[in-house]
Ligand binder design. Sequence first.
Ligand code: B1M
Length: 209
Amino acid sequence: EEIKNETLEYCIENGLKEKTKIITIEKLKNTDPLEIINNILIPTLNKVGDKYEKEIIFLPQLIQSAETAKIVFKEIKNKLPDLDSSNKKDKIILATVEGDIHDIGKNIVKVILENYGYEIIDLGKDVVCNKIIDKIQDSKAKIVGLSALMTTTLINMENTVKEIRKKFDDIKIIIGGAVVTKTFANSIGADFYAKDAREALKYLEKLPL
Ligand code: B1M
């Protein structure tokens, strides 16, 4: 049986929302927000995902953990400094592809990029391809970021990239999410595979736009 020591990991895993909020606020006083995301939030969600896959826990617990993870994230967002809006960089459209409702990763990418001055147009999750096409048209954004977390939605990511390529010839497409790989990105003609938010940022900072 698991020893009940109430670390942030334990609280996220077990859906203890109030405690999660308190511990996160406390931790943020002396820990870098990105460190909390990379060293606690993501590994814990991976662990929970593994337990779900092995049927040690079930969907309601998975949902509770995800909702608790969002509380951590909300506190982190509150803590990040407001950016200087005079220094706006490029517009980036972000979306989780059709059929996929996982958006924690996309939201992390969003907050990090916003923090570095990018203007994010967040279309949300389960976003059909046409909505993305329309948004490219009316926003004149030159960068699109797509997220997919399931093997079953990779096909929608591929179709979205293909449709964008058919209609526009000057769009940079970044893709990411747990099931995405560099090989997959190359095979569908995306410009860049980002393992995490930091990699997406590194790529963007090098673009000559
Ligand atoms: Co679900 N889920 N889930 N889930 N879930 C997975 C993805 C799964 C791997 C779990 C498992 O079985 N091990 C599995 C998919 C299996 C597969 O296809 N291989 C799965 C499943 C099956 C499902 C359901 C079908 C379950 C069901 O209903 N029976 C269902 C899906 C419904 C649907 O989408 N149509 C479902 C539902 C859910 C919840 C709602 C409970 C919840 C999501 C809540 C939410 O997002 N609002 C949830 C969660 C939390 C997970 C796991 C546990 C964690 C995902 C996560 O948030 N990770 C996940 C298991 C896992 O991934 N280990 C799992 C943390 C997040 C920060 O990481 O999103 O990878 P990630 O983002 C990273 C990088 O990938 C990258 O940067 C981020 C920061 O480092 N990145 C980008 C991501 N997008 C990027 C875009 C970029 C650049 C980088 O540029 C644009």
